[in-house]
Design a protein around this ligand. Structure first.
Ligand code: NAD
Length: 434
């Protein structure tokens, strides 16, 4: 099938590479000339495990093409996937500027009947807006569909190749049949393609992310209650997670959710609620709890070491979660900004996100190539991202390299009793200091 993907960020690039892997002829178009030039050389601009192999193989075998010529990429496409960014607007709503610009380009350059799919996360009613834009310029039949993407950064290739489910909002039989064919190779193990109307598909994506964000904020509040009452959140989590109605995923307290999706999608759904006079109050609380949670690491550092002016703090983990270099809305950024404002110096390590962080901070913070090198002369170590390499470190080495044995565990990775026995002043979320 001839497939065009507009936007080659985390979603568009993964979708394009995976669709080429199953034999489709895929053109990935993006306005960012630097990004496209790098991709043409198999130089992947993001860190995503397994993606480099897919891009290289499919590009060299002639099934995957990268271009900045978006109008030409539309020519002859049977399926056109819109995967451009939808950042939050000033009022929290999703900014549809890129989606509508891409739609105008599609409409003006259609050469045949085409299925046009929004994979970008867009509010209910967006497909109707795209339809309107296309209707004013297109001279060939088209079918606007919603196909929200559920991949997780860090696991994106695996999630795309082996999805839990594929959601398709489509209004015509033609669109349903084309998309069934496109996705057939990914659902051979019996995972469902769930067809629905377009608005339901658009809302499903927001509802999924809002539910996950709600679980995170809920557990962060339970963790705070544990700290104040002497309960242990690890035990409470196991106790509730064993109930199949609740399940055990997404029940880990931590430094708050970040990334390019949860914060903006929660905001956008709150905005949708306002717009239709159905305020989703629960999500306003989820957001407020998360903002507070992101600042709690700083409170824990201050409690442990007192005045931070002139203090030196080591940070392990900058990305908003492991296996990605994505720093968007990462809790580590909030902590670093607070530490710098308090007069502390910071030395950070992250397995892949340091180049991105150097972009942001320049020489305002220091970076260590090896995680242990960040500890020299530090008054505290704060672990912010649960990279595998941080899960079972050499604690004796950490303790002897730090100037003061303060360990703040932002992801509850370590055993509080063991940390106390080693001699750390140790703190985490929802587990009382022994
Ligand atoms: P991104 O910012 O990484 O990439 C977007 C790309 O679109 C950029 O390369 C940009 O240059 C390009 N672009 C913008 N306007 C364009 C235009 N008119 N024509 C061609 N290219 C254009 O974004 P992302 O993280 O891939 O997210 C894309 C969408 O998918 C968003 O709506 C997001 O909410 C959603 N989504 C993201 C994830 C994720 O984990 N990142 C997961 C599911 C859904």
């Amino acid at each position: 099938m001839n497939v065009t993907v507009i936007g080659t960020g985390y979603v568009g690039l993964v979708a394009g590479a995976c669709l080429a892997e199953t034999g489709n002829d895929v053109r990935c178009a993006d306005l960012d000339a630097t990004k496209i030039a790098r991709l043409q050389q198999n130089d992947i601009p993001i860190y995503e495990p397994g993606l480099d192999t897919l891009v290289e193989r499919n590009q060299s075998e002639g099934r995957l093409h990268f271009t900045t010529d978006v109008p030409a990429a539309v020519n002859g496409a049977e399926v056109i996937i819109i995967a451009v960014g939808t950042p939050p607007d000033e009022d929290g709503s999703a900014d549809l500027r890129h989606v509508l610009a891409a739609s105008r380009t599609i409409g003006a350059n259609l050469t045949n009947e085409s299925v046009i799919v929004t994979k970008s996360t867009v509010p209910v009613g967006t497909a109707a807006k795209i339809d309107e834009v296309l209707g004013s310029v297109a001279t060939h039949p088209y079918h606007v569909c919603s196909n929200p993407e559920f991949l997780k950064e860090g696991d994106a290739v695996k999630d795309f190749l082996y999805p839990d489910r594929v959601i398709i909002g489509a209004a015509t039989e033609h669109a349903r049949s084309v998309l069934t064919e496109l996705y057939a190779p990914f659902v051979r193990t019996g995972k469902p393609i769930i067809f629905m109307d377009v608005p339901s598909a658009e809302l499903t994506k927001y509802a999924a992310n809002a539910m996950l964000a709600t679980r995170i904020s809920f557990m962060n509040e339970i963790a705070l209650l544990c700290e104040r009452t002497g309960a242990n959140v690890d035990l409470v989590r196991k106790g509730i997670g064993s109930d199949p109605r609740i399940g055990s995923s997404f029940l880990f307290p931590g430094a708050g959710y970040g990334g390019s999706c949860f914060p903006k999608d929660v905001k956008a759904l709150i905005r949708t609620g306002h717009d239709v006079n159905a305020s989703v109050d629960i999500l306003s609380s989820v957001e407020a709890v998360n903002e507070r949670q992101k600042r709690r690491l700083f409170e824990k550092v201050s409690t442990a070491i007192g005045d931070l002016n002139g203090a030196h703090v080591a940070i392990w983990g900058l990305a908003f979660k492991p296996n990605t270099d994505d720093l968007r809305e990462a809790p580590a950024l909030v902590l670093i900004d607070q530490l710098l404002a308090a007069g502390a110096t910071v030395c950070a390590h992250d397995p892949v996100a340091m180049p991105e962080a150097k972009h942001r901070y320049g020489d305002r913070i220091h970076f260590a190539d090896v995680n242990y090198d960040a500890l020299a002369g530090a008054d505290a170590l704060v672990v912010v991202t649960e990279w595998n390499a941080y899960r079972n470190p050499d604690f004796t080495r950490i303790k002897t390299t730090l100037r003061r044995p303060v360990l703040i565990d932002g992801r509850n990775l370590y055993d509080p009793v063991k940390m106390h026995r080693i001699g750390f002043t140790y703190d985490s979320f929802g587990r009382l200091r022994p």
